[in-house]
Design a protein around this ligand. Structure first.
Ligand code: FES
Length: 251
């Protein structure tokens, strides 16, 4: 396997991997916010900066979008890197001053200065929710506007009718600004204002998941007869009973 040098250590990498992936696989920590292993790199937060010493254009580069190569020599904690990271983190904290993960990073890094921007929605624009919604949801979240006004939004700022309620956006948000509230058989996702009815097992009454998603699954992988409308546990029980020729007794 080819090797590159990170912090003076030889680190293996696979073809096509980035410096961040090689470092993480080699047990070297580099802070990263917009990168997600399941969503790939986006290069927006700039927190994953490293300093290139040889094998590339000398200077700072975002390790999440820097291809690993055999002649590359990088350092992850030089004075220059730390100074740049402090500035980057200060800018992120100005947008999102209450985000615990950012405050923890600032504590580790030390000397991070920031002034909260009044009226900011508290999002660092990492795009993880947008990419997750595109990958596993219904592609209802996107970036709107530009420059200072750039934000993540839903079409026409209206509750998106197509939202599946899959909660992928909530799962991947690194600063926990997406909130899901379960209330009287519905889930509400903020800030999108999505409202989705839950589907319940017709036997035990346990929540199966968001109704739209359950409906789509049923359409794609139809389950008919006595096994339809059941939660996984009841379905297994009913299946076992049917295989054994027993009469199914609802709980
Ligand atoms: S993780 Fe590299 S720029 Fe955000």
């Amino acid at each position: 396997m080819p090797e590159m040098i990170i912090n003076g250590l030889a680190v293996n990498f696979r073809s096509g991997e980035t410096v961040l992936q090689a470092a993480l696989a080699g047990g070297i920590h580099i802070p990263a916010l917009c990168h997600h292993p399941g969503l790939g790199h986006f290069g927006s937060c700039r927190l994953c900066l490293v300093e290139i010493l040889a094998g590339g254009r000398p200077g700072l580069a975002a390790s999440c979008s820097l291809p690993a190569s055999e002649d590359l020599v990088v350092e992850t904690g030089t004075e220059r890197v730390v100074r740049a990271r402090r500035v980057v983190l200060g800018l992120l904290l100005a947008r999102c001053p209450d985000a615990k993960p950012l405050l923890e990073l600032a504590e580790n890094l030390g000397a991070v200065k920031f002034t909260p921007r009044p009226g900011d929605p508290g999002c660092i624009l990492c795009g993880r929710c947008v990419r997750a919604c595109r990958a596993v949801g219904a592609n209802v979240i996107g970036f709107a506007w530009r420059g200072r006004d750039r934000r993540v939004a839903v079409p026409f700022d209206q509750p998106p009718a197509d939202c599946l309620g899959c909660r992928a956006c909530e799962q991947v948000c690194p600063v926990n600004v997406i909130k899901v509230v379960e209330d009287r058989g519905r889930i509400r996702i903020f800030p999108w204002q999505s409202e989705i009815e839950m589907a319940y097992c017709r036997n035990c009454g346990a929540a199966i998941g968001p109704g739209v998603q359950a409906g789509r699954l049923q359409k794609r992988f139809p389950v008919e007869g006595p096994l339809s409308g059941l939660c996984p546990a009841c379905r297994r029980r009913f299946q076992a009973a049917l295989a054994g020729g027993l009469v199914i007794q609802p709980t």
